[in-house]
Design a protein around this ligand. Structure first.
Ligand code: BGC
Length: 740
């Protein structure tokens, strides 16, 4: 065929990207929702100029990505989470304090409390409800879940994550992400990787061996990528093995992308970038914050004093790095491609911007209340001290700095503002019923609160007043703990001890009333040695969100049966923690020398008795375990093992039991933890009811990370299955063999 001049020109038109750019895009394939996402992404990318692509790599505001009017690329509108939707109009320091334009949303329990529920379906529901509120507020991305491991009890953000065990954290993280993405809202699992202390979080360099990364600090992120198909991952502030997480190829390109097959984008934590070419080349795709908001914030002396880095992925800097040959255009294309891919997956190009839905509906409140109830862990209950109620108990003294103040969450970017919050005092009044008289005394002011500044004399008077009330009452409930000002993102707790005056208050009240119940509102273990032997009952309530007060009242008065179990070991004292002596490090360096022996793995290894073990929690009823069956007795490599057992409610109340499965490798070529959690089930049972519970164990449940082979390895030989009501209350044991 002979080419006319015109047809030759039109061929050029079709193939030349810059001509495509000039075309009007209304009918372009990327606008067509019926086409496969990848096709739309590639079509759109082809139409973008290098300038437009480079522009996508940094935000346009505090919580917004760059829109593109010419091509109709919308903005990703973010909001902080994960325990609800937080105001997005500035840093957490500003928005938590700003009364001028509060965004009022449902406040869920802290992540550690959700972890204590061991309830995947509940966490999925939470993610779903949070995502619905995100949309209702006209946003489309929520910055959560937090799946960092509780390595040590002083970390200021322990409350945000799901505790010390990688398997439990993975299950909870996956559930949350599925709930969020099911609503077409973009989650961001954070902070990758090993954000386990706030002390010098921008500068600390953590030395962590490869096996420990894969076995302890990676699994929840890996599950987020491989099981939940998470759309976005947020990098951590700290350095891992010498490199900042935002420019760490081992973490980002090698692990996330190549090993795990991550297809979404990596977003920087706010102010965690320190280079242009290195960052983009390593696989960090969207720098936040951006634009004017970033410049104003970064100009503040305290921003830089803290060690924040920002403004490295601006369009100008990215273009300059490419022009100078420091950065490949493909890396920029890849970043833009990944951001666009997620935007298409979440329907951002197709849906009319969602907004106007409802926030804090009765349904959403019900999820928050159920979550608060399931999160509570009954730690001690002697002599039937709990549940309270008539006829034995006709008057209660509710005492303490967290009794009449609702402490819904810890501090920092996760602290949401609810429309209302139920205090423990109100919850107790509601549930106690008219037959029980409820009195209140502060006892001691919360350190750091306004009222905490009284004289020593005033402090004695406050305590005496509480003691007097306790003496006149049939039971005393002392609600103690931390506040968002004392347990927060940005700094660690100075010790594991309760804030000033609280131990003394408990001791004084316990001396006045033998029915003293301690309720702890805190995101991590506290030292209890001074008084644990003097009180009959202790309840761990974490930060329970807006419905915490109802949940506390329901549990204390028996309207609900406690079912939570600890997602973290409670040491007797801080020096018992495996990380003690290695935190916070020296000269901005910390070695994770305890390696894989984090949490119960470390307590087992060194044979240290915890105060309360991982997986522990009491109920008002009793559960019997029986009938363990493991098939086959000898399993071929790569095949699954089926485990079944029966659990029976042998008490007189309905209740939920969390049955835990631990694997013990009898003989291994490498040192392995005594036991590792590889399965759990939450089972609701009526009195007398029995249920069969089953688990499937696959290769991953038997493996360790072999540094020699650089992969997960399950070695042939004998394995044991330990079924327990906690990590230290193993009720059934069985064995099987993994064949060669
Ligand atoms: C926190 C993140 C948070 C971000 C945005 C950072 O300081 O570490 O978890 O999502 O701020 O507020």
């Amino acid at each position: 065929m002979k080419l006319t001049r015109l047809s030759f020109l039109s061929m050029l038109l079709v193939s030349a990207p810059d001509i495509l750019v000039a075309q009007k895009p209304e009918d372009a394939p990327y606008k067509n929702p019926k086409l496969p996402g990848e096709q739309r992404v590639e079509d759109l990318l082809r139409r973008m100029t290098p300038r437009e692509k480079a522009e996508m790599l940094s935000g346009s505001g505090w919580m917004e990505s760059q829109p593109n009017a010419r091509l109709g690329i919308p903005t990703i509108r973010m909001a902080d989470g994960p325990m609800g939707v937080r105001n997005w109009r500035g840093s957490s320091a500003i928005t938590n304090a700003a009364a001028t334009s509060p965004v009022l949303t449902t406040a869920f329990p802290a992540g550690i409390g959700m972890g204590a529920s061991w309830d995947e379906e509940l966490v999925r529901r939470e993610g779903q409800v949070v995502a619905q509120e995100v949309k209702a507020l006209g946003r489309n991305m929520i910055l959560g879940p937090t799946v960092n491991i509780s390595r040590q009890p002083l970390w200021g953000r322990n409350f945000e994550g799901y505790g010390e065990d990688p398997y439990l954290a993975a299950r909870m993280g996956v559930a949350y992400i599925k709930g969020v993405q099911g609503e077409n809202v973009i989650p961001s699992v954070k902070h990758f990787a090993a954000n386990n202390q706030e002390f010098e979080r921008h500068r600390i360099d953590e030395t962590i061996d490869v096996r420990t990364l894969h076995e302890i600090y990676f699994p929840a992120f890996r599950a987020a990528v491989q099981e939940a198909g998470v759309w976005s991952v947020m990098n951590a502030y700290n350095k891992v093995n010498g490199l900042w997480c935002a420019e760490n190829p081992m973490l980002l390109s090698e692990t996330l992308q190549k090993r795990w097959g991550f297809k979404g984008f990596v977003i920087s934590d706010w102010g965690s970038t320190y280079s242009t070419a290195k960052t983009v080349a390593a696989g960090m795709h969207l720098e936040m914050p951006g634009g004017e908001a970033m410049r104003t914030w970064f100009a503040k002396p305290e921003t830089q004093k803290d060690g924040n880095g920002a403004g490295w992925l601006t369009r100008e800097k990215v273009l300059a790095a490419v022009a100078a040959g420091q950065l490949k255009q493909e890396a920029v294309d890849d970043a833009a491609r990944r951001i666009l891919r997620v935007m298409f997956s979440a329907g951002l190009f197709d849906a009319t911007p969602a907004s106007g839905g409802e926030v804090d509906t009765p349904e959403q409140r019900a999820v928050a209340r159920r979550a608060a109830t399931e999160s509570i862990v009954l730690l001690k209950n002697e002599g039937g001290a709990l549940p309270l109620g008539a006829p034995k108990i006709r008057s209660v003294a509710v005492i303490g700095p967290s009794a009449a103040v609702a402490r819904t969450g810890g501090g920092g970017s996760s602290l949401v503002r609810p429309k209302y919050a139920v205090t423990a005092l109100d919850g107790v009044k509601e549930t106690a019923g008219s037959e029980v008289r409820v009195g209140y005394a502060l006892g001691v002011a919360m350190q750091g609160d306004e009222a905490g500044q009284e004289t020593p004399r005033a402090r004695v008077m406050l305590r005496n007043e509480a003691v007097e009330l306790a003496r006149k009452s049939d039971a005393a409930i002392v609600v103690v703990g931390y506040s968002y000002k004392l347990e927060s993102e940005g700094f660690d707790r100075p010790s594991m001890d309760l804030p000033a005056g609280q131990d003394e208050l408990i001791e004084a009240v316990a001396a006045a009333n033998k029915n003293t119940i301690v309720v702890i509102v805190a995101g991590a273990p506290v030292t209890m040695t001074k008084w644990i032997g003097r009180v009959p009952a202790v309840v761990q309530a974490w930060y329970g969100g807006q419905e915490a007060g109802h949940a506390i009242g329901d549990i204390l008065f028996g309207a609900q049966n406690p079912s939570g179990k600890l997602p973290v070991t409670f040491p007797k004292q801080w020096p018992d923690s495996p990380a003690f002596g290695r935190y916070p490090g020296e000269n901005l360096h910390t070695a994770y020398a305890e390696g894989i022996y984090v949490g119960y793995r470390g307590f087992d290894k060194r044979n240290v008795e915890p105060l309360f073990p991982f997986g522990y929690g009491l109920s008002y009823t009793k559960f019997d375990y029986s009938g363990l069956k493991i098939t086959p007795a000898k399993v071929a490599a790569g095949k699954q093992v089926q485990v079944t057992m029966q659990v029976r409610n042998s008490g007189s109340r309905a209740g939920a039991e969390i049955v835990q499965l631990y694997v013990h490798d009898v003989k291994s070529s490498v040192d392995r933890p005594l036991k590792e959690l590889k399965g759990f089930r939450r089972v609701m049972l009526n009195p007398g009811e029995a249920r069969s519970v089953s688990f499937t164990l696959d290769h991953s449940a038997l493996s360790f990370y072999s540094t020699a082979k650089d992969e997960w390895v399950a070695e042939p030989g004998a394995f044991e299955v330990w079924i327990g009501a906690s990590s230290r209350d193993i009720r059934l044991k069985g064995a099987f063999e993994l064949a060669q």
